[in-house]
Each structure stands twice: as structure tokens, then as C-alpha cells.
Design a binder for this molecule. Structure first.
Ligand code: CTP
Ligand code: MG
Length: 234
């Protein structure tokens, strides 16, 4: 395979509230992770899917994917941070892979057109590609206050210059691997994969994201995800 997707799914889903780990929570009766695997595997560019399971949950995820008719998906155990999990997923890729997409299990409804658009941009020569949408809320900068005190506003950011970033993010494999090798050693804590690559001085470009690629983070996001799924099935 030349193009692979790594799906980190090792998180606990603390913000979603107590219960099953987030990737295994069900949407329309099917675990979120299974939706995410199918959504990415459906894309024309994707030839291999690697799922990064909770550190002690790889056998259970293997069984789950087999039960859903996905025996070809590779499963590896993840780590304590998303960055660790991505690194462990990258380590499982065969040498032939040149383009890597990294996609959150927590974005189960990403359209395959978005996945393909990211892969195409990488194959066309961009070393790092992120799908993103314009920011719709006005964004204020504040002086954070502990507790519930009112926070002084220090400025209003020019919204037209901002983009809210989604996944899958796409990379030339060598570039993402290098970012992980170098920055892990420095104990760096970037919040997304492209952020690590930016720190190497590599150019990152944005392509249009999709509103259905939103991340399921809090309980209300589950309500939206169920509604989107129901609309698709209608
Ligand atoms: N992730 C991972 N390994 C970790 C932490 C996160 O593979 N140690 C994955 C999650 O499973 C998820 C993606 O990274 O698919 C995006 O992370 P996030 O939405 O923050 O999920 P969680 O970390 O599970 O949620 P929370 O931060 O609310 O605990
Ligand atoms: Mg998290």
C-alpha cells in the first residue's frame, strides 16, 4: 500500500462523561470506531487502515473489527497521549507507505470526499495538509481567572484569519515520521499532528473541511452525530 490512514482511538473520552471508552460508544447501534474505519476505508485513496487501540484494549478492538467484517484493519496498542498513540500507529506502517493520513476515531462521520481531498493534496506535492472550516463564533482573548470571576477581555481576534482544523490530516510519511522522532525527544506537546510538523519549519496548507467531520467531544456532540446519521439513513 502507498496510502494509509492511522486512526488513534486510545482515548478515554473524559469530556464525554463516564462510561465505555469514547471510540467504542455507539452511534446508530454501531461503535464510533467502526464508523470512522468505514468512513476512511471508503475513500478511494486509502489502501490500509491502522487503528490504535487503548493500551490494554487491542485484543478487544481486534475482535470488534472482526465482528464487523473488517479483518484487514491492522490493530496496535496505543499510549497515554494522542501523540504517543499516533507514533505507535506510524511504527506499524509497512515501508511502501508514502502518504499517511491521521484521523480521529472521534470524527466518525467524515465524508469520503474530504478524506480523498486531503490525500490528493499530499500526492500533488504538499508535505502537510489539514482540512479546516472558517470560524463562525467571534473569538475574544482574555486574561484567564481561576474560578468563576469575570475574565477581562484583552482583545478580539480577526476571525477572517482563523480556521478550525479537523482530521484526517495528511502528510508525506517521511515528514510526519521525522516530526515524531525529533519532537518526542524534546518532550514537546503539540495538540495536532500538523502542529508538530510546523515546528520543523515544514509548510502546512489548508483545504476545505466539512461540517460533518466534527469531533464528538461532549455529550451534545453525540446528539448531533445521531441526528446526522438519521438524516443520512432517511
Ligand atoms: N487518543 C488516542 N490516545 C490518547 C488520547 C487520545 O489515541 N492517549 C485519540 C482519541 O481516541 C480520539 C482522538 O485521539 O480518537 C482525539 O482525541 P480526543 O477527542 O481528545 O479524545 P479523548 O482523548 O478520548 O477525549 P478526552 O480528551 O475528552 O478524554
Ligand atoms: Mg483528549
Amino acid at each position: 500500500p502507498r496510502t494509509a490512514v492511522v486512526i488513534p482511538a486510545a482515548g478515554k473520552g473524559v469530556r464525554l462523561g463516564p462510561g465505555t471508552p469514547k471510540a467504542l460508544r455507539e452511534l446508530g447501534g454501531t461503535p464510533m470506531l467502526v464508523h470512522a474505519v468505514r468512513a476512511t476505508a471508503r475513500a478511494r485513496a486509502v489502501e490500509l487502515v491502522v487503528v490504535v487501540a487503548p493500551p490494554d484494549g487491542a485484543p478487544a478492538v481486534r475482535t470488534l473489527l472482526d465482528e464487523h467484517g473488517l479483518p484487514e484493519v491492522v490493530v496496535v496498542p496505543g499510549g497515554g497521549t494522542r501523540q504517543d498513540s499516533v507514533r505507535l500507529g506510524l511504527a506499524a506502517l509497512p515501508d511502501t507507505v508514502q502518504t499517511v493520513l491521521v484521523h480521529d476515531a472521534a470524527r466518525p462521520l467524515v465524508p469520503d470526499e474530504t478524506v480523498d481531498a486531503v490525500a490528493r493534496a499530499v500526492r500533488a506535492g504538499a508535505p502537510a495538509v489539514v482540512p479546516a472550516l472558517p470560524v463562525t463564533d467571534t473569538v475574544k482573548q482574555v486574561e484567564p481567572r481561576p474560578g468563576a470571576e469575570p475574565e477581562p477581555v484583552t482583545g478580539t481576534v480577526d476571525r477572517s484569519l482563523l480556521r478550525a482544523v479537523q482530521t484526517p490530516q495528511g502528510f508525506a510519511r517521511t515528514v510526519l515520521a521525522e516530526a515524531h522522532t525529533r519532537l518526542v525527544a524534546e518532550g514537546d506537546g503539540a495538540t495536532d499532528d500538523a502542529g508538530m510538523v510546523e515546528r520543523l519549519g515544514v509548510d502546512v496548507v489548508v483545504v476545505p473541511g466539512h461540517e460533518e467531520a466534527f469531533k464528538v467531544t461532549r455529550p451534545l456532540d453525540l446528539v448531533l452525530a445521531e441526528a446526522v446519521l438519521a438524516r443520512r439513513r432517511a
